[in-house]
Design a protein around this ligand. Structure first.
Ligand code: G1P
Length: 908
């Protein structure tokens, strides 16, 4: 077992790892904004694609990294006899790996965003270096430079051949006509490489003429073209051969094709033969390859543009600069430099998810690209911190997905604001969906002060779903379009705040037997998907209650900052404001249902288009009344105290309307979710939080998996709750340390000023991840830690957004308050360096700020407050509110946009 770990080198998050191949399931992302998405492993395995239907290399799941042989291989035949792969993927090298006298020493180095593997073979006297990256240009291309060096004392003749299989079709074809689709292949040998242009594509879109081509082109580092090609897979490997022992290489075949030949109906391989070279001791030779997906018949000569050592190095330098600048927007300095470097990878992750969606890395072998509604909004949290310019438009467009019944479209198109109706008319709603837009919008408004945003008008989404999960509008047909219309057939628009209101007010009445919001098709936990009839999510009911208070606060801001006294709302919505129109009994589930049914019926097909004017003060009162009722209801009914004296909040009711948590014959049942949202929402009192954290430490904390598990072991396949309980305990949504919920737990604790407990959650995940011999992942946060301690679903996880948000907003406390800058740090003692300093680089009001905190007496987070602040060396005035400093926005906006500005903040 390899006990070695990655080590950071330099200060841009670059790291090195010895013997990376001695670990399984490792992969690394390479990507550009043009949409090239690669996954690469230490043996150059992985795949390359631009979307579900355009895979240049065969799509791989995590298991395939070890049971398939298709890699970006590059072969050398040494002195006509010895076969050697620069990627280690030869049958012989693989067998030798387990021999005690394995002569190969392999080192991986990687950084933003490049990947380099160096392989030394002492017996052969050779060293190879293979570097891959995706350049930040308009092309969908991955570049690879292979350098071979003679480290021995004799001169050697080498015969180089690449061997990169080209798949060139849709992921669907893996098990849908894999062979038949190879009959569509037209393979051409072109200048410098092999091009695959299938005649047709067979996939979910039907049988269509194909216009995408895939290529492997290459030249030597000094510009020599290949001397020939073995473009047909079966010819390259030879009868009885394989990708790890290809006949064309092993037998040094010389019947290679010349430029201008065509082969039809066979699987393709980017096998480029370069001329023999004699390497004198100490000398080296390089080859630059490009793997290309060309979706629009580009005229660019790829070999000319990219394939020389000089060009490769120059694009690589640009690429490093691009990513370093991007992640450099938010940086942390603390007493633990390794943690600060690790955070750079976390900071990168939300951008990766923006590009890859939730698909296209080896564990993410589901989905067809894109993201769901929940992820769309939460990923914006970190984009607000990293790429704030983009976010206003994204948020605005996203609101077009809200339906007038408070639910939303769930199939998201590729254009901003494009939402698509479910073709099957399945009425499914996830009850948490309505809660996320407010959280993201609030963060945006806090940081920008752009309250006018709330008054912008946006359309509503319309399809057959009209009563959330309960009923379908039978009369709607796709020809009616996806915008909500008025009875006189005009498109209906309402303000953004109206959209937010309907998302909250409708759910208030949508309760189950226990008077909590119905779980419907699930909440945050995708795996709780089988309690649609009687399930309830207490956890998210709590979150919605707090959201209502936040909405009330925003309405107050509109009154105070924009002098607004009234709002116009869709007339139908007034029914939901029962404190104005005639209050119902909130303890009565049936009265709630009746009111909701009336509302749904009134806007089932169309709305009248008429607006009603509501006083903002009445709206505030309505929201606060409802929110307070919920909070009291949960406090009174959902707090559990078990036989061992532990206290916590129940999060769910199952499909038999039974409480999910508590003492059961099979053991104690507890979820983390139930604690996170009762803490975050303020339902849990400070004394209760003390007790809940003790309970979570007792039942959920497990150091061997990096901290807090999502739930205890229920020892039951609970078909009345969801598929998650079919997973083995300790995996994914059944009791793994699921980073997303763990980070939200940390965030909730910080929000309630439980800094040391919040820190502990982050720290335990970090400590686990950096222990590579257990976690076996590169730096960054994975979706979850499995029961053996391995990190899975690395890179593409919402937890990165929440961790980054928690670090910026809570730990370093860089927040907005209706546009003003608020500094409310909660750094714990160990986060300050030996000079009692800690710093964060952040963007606020389009200015790059470096905020240096000094805690001269090393006080605890609960004991210090902001004492004084210097901006670029000059003392500035600020207001102190609950130990936090509020700095006038104008002070920041008056600063030069092109410089970084220093804030020196003393805490005492
Ligand atoms: C994933 C999904 C997220 C979902 C969660 C729990 O989490 O992306 O929408 O809420 O599983 O089912 P992530 O991969 O973001 O960590």
């Amino acid at each position: 077992m390899n006990e070695q770990s990655w080590q950071f080198i330099g200060n841009n998050g670059e790291f090195t790892l010895k013997d990376p191949e001695q670990n399984n399931y490792l992969y690394f992302p390479l990507v550009n904004e043009a949409g090239m998405m690669s996954a690469i492993t230490p043996s150059l395995h992985g795949d390359i694609k631009t979307g579900q239907n355009t895979f240049a290399m065969e799509p791989v799941s995590a298991i395939d990294l070890h049971n398939k042989k298709s890699t970006r291989n590059f072969w050398f035949l040494i002195d006509d006899s010895e076969v050697w792969s620069a990627t280690g993927k030869s049958a012989q090298q693989e067998a030798n790996r387990f021999a005690n006298d394995d002569a190969e020493e392999v080192t991986l180095e990687a950084g933003m965003l490049w990947h380099k593997v160096t392989r030394k073979n002492e017996d052969l006297g050779l060293q190879s270096e293979v570097c891959n990256f995706v350049p930040q240009t308009d092309e969908q291309v991955e570049l690879m430079k292979v350098t071979i060096k003679n480290t021995g004392s004799e001169s050697k003749k080498i015969t180089p051949t690449s061997g990169i299989p080209l798949y060139g079709r849709s992921a669907d074809n893996l098990r849908d006509h894999r062979h038949v689709t190879s009959l569509l292949n037209v393979i051409k040998t072109v200048d410098n490489g092999v091009e695959l242009s299938p005649t047709l594509s067979f996939d979910e879109r039907g049988h269509n003429l194909n216009d995408v081509s895939y290529q492997v082109v290459g030249r030597s580092g000094s510009g020599e073209s290949p001397i020939g090609f073995f473009p047909v897979f079966e010819d390259f490997i030879g009868e009885g051969g394989s990708l790890t022992w290809p006949e064309a290489v092993v037998s040094n075949k010389d019947d290679y094709a010349q430029v201008g030949e065509e082969f039809t109906g066979y699987e393709a391989v980017g096998a480029l033969r370069f001329d023999d070279v004699v390497l004198e001791p100490g000398s080296e030779k390089s080859y630059v390859l490009a793997i290309v997906v060309d979706e629009d018949g580009s005229e660019v000569d790829i070999a000319q543009k990219y394939c020389s050592a000089e060009k490769f190095d120059s694009y690589l330098a640009d690429n490093k600069e691009f990513w370093e600048e991007k992640i450099g927007k938010v940086e942390f300095e603390s007493g633990d430099e390794k943690f600060d470097d690790w955070m750079k990878w976390v900071t990168l992750q939300p951008t990766l998810r923006r590009i890859y969606g939730c698909s296209f890395l080896p564990h993410h072998d589901y989905g067809r690209g894109g993201r769901g509604w929940r992820d769309l909004w939460q990923d914006c949290l970190s984009l607000l911190l990293m790429e704030p310019d983009l976010v206003r438009d994204i948020l605005y467009n996203n609101f077009a997905g809200v339906r007038i019944d408070g639910s939303n479209a769930t199939i998201i198109g590729s254009e901003p604001g494009e939402f698509i109706a479910d073709r099957n008319n399945i009425s499914r709603a996830w009850m948490d969906h309505g809660a996320w837009p407010l959280l993201t919008t609030k963060l945006y408004l806090d940081r920008s002060g752009d309250l006018e945003f709330l008054l912008e008008e946006q359309t509503y989404f319309k399809d057959a779903q009209s009563h959330r999960t309960q009923k379908i509008d039978e009369n709607w047909s796709p020809e009616d379009g996806n915008e909500l219309l008025t009875t006189d057939d005009n498109t209906y628009s309402g303000t953004i705040i109206e959209h937010l209101l309907v998302q909250h007010l409708s759910l208030f009445f949508n309760v189950g037997e226990h008077n909590n919001f119905r779980l419907e098709g699930g909440d945050w936990n995708d795996g709780f998907d089988m309690a649609e009839d009687k399930g309830e999510s207490v956890a998210f009911t709590a979150l919605y209650a707090d959201n209502m208070l936040k909405l009330a606060e925003l309405l107050r801001n509109l009154e105070e900052e924009l002098d607004k006294e009234e709002l116009e709302l869709a007339q139908e919505m007034k029914q939901l404001l029962d404190t104005i129109t005639g209050k119902i009994d909130y303890d009565s589930v049936s009265e709630k249902h009746e009111l909701l049914e009336q509302y749904f019926a009134s806007c089932e097909a169309k709305v009248s288009g008429a607006k009603t004017t509501v006083a903002i003060s009445d709206l505030i009162n309505d929201l606060e009344t409802k929110a307070q009722w919920i909070k009291e209801h949960i406090r009174a009914n959902e707090l559990i105290e078990n036989k061992d004296g532990y206290q916590w909040y129940n999060a769910y009711y199952d499909n038999n309307a039974q409480r999910l948590e508590g003492d059961y014959p099979s053991g104690v049942r507890m979820t983390l979710t139930g604690q996170v949202f009762t803490i975050m929402s303020g339902v849990a009192t400070a004394e209760q939080i003390e007790k809940i954290t003790t309970t979570a430490d007792h039942y959920l904390k497990d150091e061997s998996v990096g901290g807090y598990r999502l739930n205890t072991d229920f020892n039951e396949i609970k078909l009345d709750m969801g598929r998650a309980f079919g997973f083995a305990f300790g995996e994914k949504e059944n009791g793994a340390m699921f980073s997303h919920m763990a980070m939200m737990y940390s965030n909730a604790l910080y929000q309630r000023s439980f800094a040391s407990q919040g820190f502990e959650v982050i720290n335990s995940v970090y400590e686990h991840c950096k222990d590579f011999s257990t976690s076996r992942i590169y730096p960054g946060i994975p979706e979850y830690i499995d029961s053996r301690g391995r990190g899975l679903y690395h890179y593409l996880t919402g937890s990165a957004s929440w961790l980054l948000l928690t670090m910026v907003n809570q730990v370093y406390g860089v927040q907005g308050q209706v546009g003003d800058l608020k500094l409310a740090p909660q750094l714990v003692k160990s986060q300050f360096d030996e000079d009692n300093q800690a710093a964060v680089t952040a963007v606020f009001a389009d200015r790059d700020l470096k905020i240096n905190y000094h805690n001269p007496e090393l006080k605890s987070a609960a004991a210090y407050q902001v004492k004084d602040i210097k901006l670029n060396g000059e003392k500035i005035d600020f207001d102190l509110e609950n130990r936090a400093a509020i700095i006038d926005r104008d002070l920041i906006t008056n600063l030069d946009e092109n410089k970084e500005h220093q804030l020196e903040v003393t805490l005492n």
